[in-house]
Design a protein around this ligand. Structure first.
Ligand code: UGA
Length: 443
């Protein structure tokens, strides 16, 4: 099939590359000329395992192209995906100006039937606005062309996006007629394994499904984080609790890892956006608001533990951070717990020595040069002469350090384990004071 994708951000690029790989002819459009030039040269602006090879192979095979020429791209694809950004407004609602601008552009140029599919995460009701915008743009030039709109939210995890796209648990398709449903069923047929993964539903339900999924997952995390706070104060070990409750298949092991709060570009934004949507229509959410509040509080847990250890005096101390990205396998630092921690440490007069396998450039971009931030080349260098070490992001490379050597390198052997990846007694045997999340009773 011929497919056009507006937006070469994370979602647009992964979708474009994966759809090209299943044999479609894909054109990706962006207004950013520099980005398109770089992509055409094979330079991928984000770190995502497997993406560079996939883009390269499909460009070579002639199935994937990048352009800034919107008119030609609209002419190309019967299927037109909107995958542009929806940055949050100040009040937490998603800003739709880019999405609606694309709809207007498509309406201004299309000369034949087009199926316009929203992939960006957008508030419920956005497809109606996309439809209006298309109709207006078509009638503004006195034309009459048929089109359908659809909602097809993505469920990709950063760091595993290619796999998630190629082997989806489900493909959610929101449509209001069979023609649109058939096109999307055909497009996604190559990704069905064992059984049909496509779930066709009405447009609003599809739009809400996206938020519901992320909020359900975010709720599991906040609830576990809250339980970890209780466990700490009750001298219980949340890790034993986690394993025991996860064994109940109604609860399951996924997304019940306590930590230092969820970050990224999706959970925090989507939790706020749905609460805002509900409030606008007169319904004040309770659980969803609490998910956000608990998360904000959890993001200070690492700092709180350091403060407690040093009796509230962190001025002049040096703290090593392992991991800065909001999770492993990405260089993304949006809403990352590491940012909350670093900023609190600086306010308290401490110096940070930091290392992350992928996010060093991003850290430099966000914080620039400053005396109280030392960017290190590896984990050992970060720990050298530090008064405390904090494991913030659970990259594989941090999992089995030589704790005796670490204790020797550090000024004081203090370890805050923000993801509960170490065995407390093992770390303590090397002379460390160990602090986990909700593990005051752990051995
Ligand atoms: C999330 C969803 O998992 C995807 O399904 C969804 O498509 C995506 O948002 C999106 O809306 O685009 P992502 O933000 O890439 O994906 O990251 P996750 O792997 O879900 O992790 C989110 C945060 O939760 C991270 O900060 C992670 O450290 C934290 N987390 C996750 C926990 O603290 N505990 C857990 O048990 C799991």
């Amino acid at each position: 099939m011929r497919v056009t994708i507006f937006g070469t951000g994370y979602v647009g690029l992964v979708t474009g590359a994966c759809l090209a790989h299943s044999g479609n002819h894909v054109v990706c459009v962006d207004i950013d000329e520099d980005k398109i030039a770089r992509l055409t040269r094979g330079e991928i602006p984000i770190y995502e395992p497997g993406l560079e090879t996939l883009v390269h192979d499909n460009v070579e095979a002639g199935r994937l192209r990048f352009t800034t020429d919107a008119a030609a791209a609209i002419d190309h694809g019967m299927l037109q995906f909107i995958a542009v950004g929806t940055p949050p407004d100040e009040d937490g609602s998603a800003d739709l100006k880019y999405v609606l601008k694309v709809a207007e552009t498509i309406g201004a140029h299309m000369t034949d039937y087009r199926l316009v599919i929203t992939k960006s995460t957008v508030p419920v009701g956005t497809s109606d606005k996309v439809r209006e915008q298309l109709a207006q743009a078509i009638s503004a030039r006195g034309a009459s062309v048929e089109f359908d709109v659809a909602s097809n939210p993505e469920f990709l995890k950063e760091g595993a996006a290619i796999d998630d796209f190629m082997k989806p648990d489900r493909v959610v398709v929101g449509v209001d007629n069979e023609r649109a449903a058939d096109h999307l069923r055909a497009l996604y047929a190559p990704f069905n394994r064992q059984h049909d993964r496509t779930m066709v539903m009405d447009i609003r339900s599809a739009e809400l499904t996206k938020y519901a999924a992320n909020i359900m997952l975010a709720t599991k995390i906040s609830l576990m984080n809250e339980l970890s706070q209780v466990a700490d104060r009750l001298d219980a070990d949340i890790e034993q609790v986690r394993k025991a409750i996860g064994a109940d298949h109604r609860i399951g092991y996924h997304f019940i890892y306590p930590g230092c709060g969820f970050g990224g570009s999706c959970f925090p934004k989507d939790v706020r956006a749905l609460a805002h949507t509900a409030s606008k229509i007169g319904y004040e959410t309770e659980i969803i608001n609490a998910v956000e509040r608990v998360n904000n509080r959890q993001k200070t847990v690492l700092f709180d533990k350091l403060q407690a250890h040093f009796d509230g005096d962190l001025a002049g101390k040096t703290v090593a951070l392992w991991g800065l990205a909001f999770k492993p396998n990405t260089d993304d630092m949006r809403e990352a717990p590491a940012c909350t921690l670093m900023e609190a440490l600086w306010d308290a007069g401490a110096t940070v020595r930091a290392f992350d396998p992928e996010a060093m450039d991003e850290t430099r971009r966000i914080y620039g040069e400053r005396d109280d931030l030392v960017l290190c080349h590896d984990a050992e260098e970060a720990a050298t002469d530090a008064d405390a070490l904090v494991l913030v992001t659970e990259w594989h490379i941090f999992r089995t350090p030589d704790f005796h050597e670490l204790a020797r390198l550090m000024k004081q052997p203090v370890l805050v384990d923000g993801r509960n990846i170490y065995k407390p007694s093992y770390v303590a045997a090397a002379g460390f004071s160990y602090y986990g999340i909700g593990r005051s009773a752990a051995t």
